[in-house]
Design a protein around this ligand. Sequence first.
Ligand code: ZN
Length: 317
Amino acid sequence: MDRLTQERLIEEIKEHNEIVAVVSEYVQLKPQGRAYVGLCPFHGEKTPSFTVSREKQLYHCFGCGAGGDVLSFIMNIENLTFGEALRLLAERANISLPDQHLSTPQRREKEELERLYKLNDLAARFYQKILLQTETGKRALAYLKERGISRQTAEQFRLGYAPPHWTGLVMFLRQKGIPLQEAEKAGLVRGGGDGYYDRFRDRLLFPILNLRGQVIGFGGRILGEGQPKYLNSPETAIFQKGRSLYGLFQARDQIRREQQALIVEGYMDVITAHQAGIKEAVASLGTSLTVEQARLLRNQAEEVIIVYDADSAGQAA
Ligand code: ZN
């Protein structure tokens, strides 16, 4: 790509990433005069000295001196190189970057991540279909009904059911010609050689989404007898338990509007709350709240309320 094309591309990407909108995904901004102000994400402060100008498409902090355009903001807040920040913003605006922009290892990594997202999405569709459209899924549907969860809510959260077979998903992926080593990297199957088998069996499945709505992993609740009661996807290149919150994709708009987030204990608590109209509920994923999870919420809301059971496990969390 020649220099002029590259400069045009950078301009196009910046034009499609309005700075106030982008910064608002990380910092709570309030209009003040001609600018927007908020607490600086680059240094600790109690009174806002971080300003963003829509006219100039620039940000500046009067406290620590940080400043720049939307690209440097993303570089700093996400700790990325210029090229990586450019890619993130291009994706955000659905602008396709020519691949020669990436080095070979970067391209490979990007393709690998895309495959993992795709596989998780494919698995979510497979499990959802079993839940909603098959005889096998009836038991799981009955369980949901018993817990007062409507079909509409189940669809909204993309709930699914993993059949009690060892190779339900394995067979499905084989038919699609998908290499099972890939599915193993996505945390969906276990084993090796000829001996691959499904990770999730006889479980109600809760797809875990990232902030872009992509499936990054699953939480699974056993339906019959068996241990453990809850089983999550393992950590993968796209799923880190301590860095995700269940329900945040669905809750985000409401959290921003109300400036308040509610942390409940489990998957079912989130879904029940949303169905009852409490749409700012999220849950940590079977762990105590981590610093990263707290940061995710702090960027969206002024107030975070923790609603855990009063039992000893809840107290400890
Ligand atoms: Zn600052």
